[in-house]
Design a protein around this ligand. Structure first.
Ligand SMILES: *[C@@H]1O[C@H](CO)[C@@H](O)[C@H](O)[C@H]1NC(C)=O
Ligand SMILES: *[C@@H]1O[C@H](CO)[C@@H](O)[C@H](O)[C@H]1NC(C)=O
Ligand SMILES: *[C@@H]1O[C@H](CO)[C@@H](O)[C@H](O)[C@H]1NC(C)=O
Ligand SMILES: *[C@@H]1O[C@H](CO)[C@@H](O)[C@H](O)[C@H]1NC(C)=O
Ligand SMILES: *[C@@H]1O[C@H](CO)[C@@H](O)[C@H](O)[C@H]1NC(C)=O
Ligand SMILES: *[C@@H]1O[C@H](CO)[C@@H](O)[C@H](O)[C@H]1NC(C)=O
Length: 480
C-alpha cells in the first residue's frame, strides 16, 4: 500500500492526537495541562504546515486561566504539587512526547535526530573512554545570587564547555501562563531542553531562538559572549562581513554562531557545565540525575534573601516597581501578593535545598549546597571544593582568573559585573537597604534563612553594625 499523501497524514495526526488525549482519561486541570503540552510541542514543530493546522484545532481547547501574576523572571512555585501528581504528569508527558516524536519521524521532519546519533557515537569513542569520566555540572540558582560570578569558575576552564542561561530562550519564546498546570508544563519542558543541552544537542534551542536561525546559524543566542567555548576557535568562525549581532563575543567579532560547530565543540570538550536560574524544583531533576549518560552534579547556589531582594529591586526596577514605591513613599502598604511571592521564592529554594541535603538515593553524591557569601569570602577554597565535588581537576587557568577577579578595587557600573573585590562586596547590601525591607524579608523567609545560616537583624542599628555578624559560619548544613 502506498503511503498516504501528507494532507491525509496530517488529518490522521490530528485525530490520533485527540484520541490519545482522550484515552488518558485525565480530568480537570491535567487535561488542560495536556492540551498545553501538545500546543508546546506543536509549537516546536512549527516549521511544518500540517502540524500548525493541528495547532489551530488544539487552540480551541479551553486554556488554563492564569491564577497568579509573577514579577520575577523565574517560575512560580507549583501550588500543592504533590510528588504523586507530578510523577503522573511526568509519565503522561513522556508518553506524549514519544508519540509526537514517532509522528515527526513518519512525517520526515525531526532535525535533531542526526545530532543525537552523532552524540551516541561520540560517547562510544575511545577518546572519551580514555580521558576519564565526562561530568555534567548544573549550577542551579536564582537571579542576583552571584551565579554569573560562580559560573565563571567553570567558564574559565579550557576543558569544560559552559553555557550561560540557555533556558532564557524558552522563557522568552514559549508563552506560559503563570501558575497551575501551565507552569508544571513549563518546568517539564525546561527539564527536557536541559537534558538535550547537557548531551550537547544544542539544536534543541533553535525553535526558541527569535528570530529563528537560518541554516543552523544565529546571531541571537542569548549572551553568547558569556560562554568562552562559543567564542574560541573553531566556533568563532573567521569574521567575514558585518552583520547585526545582538549578542557577540567579548573580545572579538565572530559573526553568527554556527550551531553545528558549537555542538561539535561541546562534544569535544571533556566536561559540560551549565548555569540556570530557571529551574526551581530540584525534584524535577530526578530523571536527569538517574540518566547514566549524564553523571550529573548539581550545585545549588543560595544567597542571603535580603541581599537578593535589594539587588533585584535595582536590577529589575520595572518588575519591582511596587517595592520601590513602598520604599520611597513609606505610606503605601506593600501588597500581600508581593509578600506572598517573596515567601514562595524563599520556600521553593528551601524545599530544594532540604531535598538535596536529605540525600535521597537518586541524588546521593550528586548534590552540593553553596552559599554565595562563602564563595565571596574564600573564592579559591570554594572553587576547589566545587571542582572536587564535580570530580573535575581544577586548572591553574581558573585559579589565575579567581585571583585577578576577586581582588579588583573599585566598583563597576555593570550590574552583571563579576569583576569586584568580592570579600568587600558581599555585605554591602546591609548599608544600602532600610531596616523595614530587611524586616519584611526576615518575616517571609525565616525558615530558609535559618536553614542557610543567615541571622536575623534585630534592629536598624545591628543591620548596619559591622561587628554584628549576620552570617553563621557553617561547614555543613543540616535539615532541622
Ligand atoms: C495580572 O496583571 C494584570 C496587569 O497588571 C492584570 O490586569 C490582571 O488582572 C492580573 N491577573 C491576575 C490573574 O491577577
Ligand atoms: C493539597 O493536596 C492534598 C491531597 O490532594 C489535599 O488534601 C490538600 O488539601 C491540598 N492542599 C491545598 C492547600 O490545596
Ligand atoms: C513510538 O515508536 C516506538 C518504536 O517504533 C514504539 O515502541 C512506541 O510504542 C511508540 N510510541 C508511541 C507513544 O506510539
Ligand atoms: C556550519 O558548520 C558546519 C560544519 O563545519 C558546516 O558544514 C556548515 O556549512 C556551517 N554552516 C554555515 C551556515 O556556515
Ligand atoms: C578587598 O577588600 C578587603 C576587605 O575589605 C580588603 O582587605 C582588601 O585589601 C581589598 N583588596 C583590594 C585589592 O582592594
Ligand atoms: C556594634 O555591635 C557591637 C557588638 O554587639 C557593640 O559592642 C557596639 O556598641 C555596636 N556599635 C554601635 C555603634 O551600635
Amino acid at each position: 500500500m502506498a503511503p498516504p499523501p501528507p494532507m491525509e497524514k496530517g488529518l490522521t495526526l490530528l485525530q490520533e492526537c485527540r484520541d490519545f488525549v482522550h484515552s488518558l482519561k485525565i480530568r480537570g486541570k491535567y487535561a488542560l495541562f495536556l492540551a498545553f503540552v501538545v500546543i508546546v510541542f506543536v509549537f516546536i514543530e512549527k516549521e511544518n504546515k500540517i502540524v500548525s493546522r493541528v495547532s489551530e484545532k488544539l487552540r480551541q481547547i479551553p486554556q488554563f486561566v492564569a491564577d497568579a501574576n509573577s514579577t520575577d523572571p523565574a517560575l512560580p512555585l507549583l501550588e500543592n504539587a504533590s510528588l504523586f501528581s507530578l510523577s503522573e504528569l511526568d509519565s503522561t508527558f513522556s508518553q506524549l512526547q514519544s508519540y509526537l516524536h514517532n509522528f515527526s519521524l513518519q512525517l520526515g521532519m525531526e532535525p535533531a535526530m542526526k545530532a543525537q546519533g552523532q552524540e551516541a557515537a561520540a560517547e562510544k569513542s575511545p577518546k572519551q573512554a580514555g580521558a576519564g569520566k565526562r561530568r555534567h555540572v548544573l549550577l542551579m540558582a536564582t537571579t542576583r545570587t552571584g551565579s554569573s560570578f560562580v559560573g565563571e569558575f567553570f567558564n574559565q576552564q579550557g576543558n569544560i564547555f559552559y553555557l550561560f542561561e540557555p533556558l532564557w530562550h524558552i522563557e522568552h519564546t514559549a508563552s506560559f501562563q503563570q501558575g497551575g498546570a501551565s507552569s508544571a508544563g513549563s518546568v517539564l519542558l525546561y527539564r527536557d531542553v536541559l537534558k538535550h543541552l547537557l548531551l550537547c544537542d544544542l539544536y534543541v534551542l533553535e525553535p526558541f531562538i527569535n528570530p529563528p536561525p537560518k541554516d543552523h546559524s544565529t546571531q541571537f543566542l542569548f549572551r553568547r559572549g558569556s560562554s568562552r567555548s562559543l567564542c574560541e576557535d573553531p566556533v568563532c568562525t573567521p569574521f567575514v562581513k558585518k552583520v547585526f549581532e545582538k549578542y557577540h563575543c567579548r573580545n572579538r567579532r565572530c559573526g553568527p554562531l554556527n550551531v553545528t560547530l558549537a555542538a561539535e565543540a561541546c562534544r569535544r570538550k571533556d566536561h559540560m557545565a551549565l548555569k540556570a536560574v530557571r529551574i526551581r524544583q530540584l525534584e524535577f531533576l530526578q530523571p536527569l540525575a538517574e540518566d547514566p549518560r549524564l553523571d550529573l552534579r548539581v550545585i545549588q547556589l543560595v544567597r542571603d534573601p535580603r541581599a537578593v531582594l535589594a539587588s533585584r529591586i535595582v536590577a529589575f526596577a520595572g518588575k519591582y516597581e511596587s517595592w520601590k514605591k513602598w520604599l520611597a513613599e513609606g505610606k503605601d502598604q506593600l501588597s500581600e501578593d508581593e509578600v506572598q511571592r517573596l515567601r514562595g521564592n524563599c520556600e521553593s529554594i528551601r524545599l530544594s535545598a532540604e531535598l538535596g541535603l536529605q540525600q535521597p538515593a537518586w541524588l546521593r553524591g550528586r548534590y552540593m549546597l553553596v552559599r554565595y557569601e562563602d564563595v565571596a569570602r574564600r573564592p579559591l577554597q570554594k572553587a576547589r571544593e566545587m571542582y572536587g565535588f564535580a570530580g573535575i581537576p581544577l586548572t591553574p587557568q581558573v585559579e589565575d582568573w579567581i585571583q585577578k577577579n576577586t581582588q579588583a578595587a573599585g566598583d563597576s557600573s555593570n550590574i552583571y559585573s563579576t569583576h569586584k573585590n568580592s570579600s568587600e562586596q558581599f555585605e554591602k547590601w546591609r548599608f544600602n537597604i532600610p531596616f523595614k525591607l530587611a524586616q519584611v524579608v526576615q518575616a517571609a523567609c525565616e525558615p530558609a534563612m535559618r536553614l542557610f545560616g543567615y541571622k536575623l537583624a534585630r534592629d536598624a542599628a545591628s543591620l548596619t553594625n559591622r561587628s554584628v555578624s549576620l552570617l553563621e559560619e557553617r561547614g555543613t548544613f543540616r535539615v532541622m
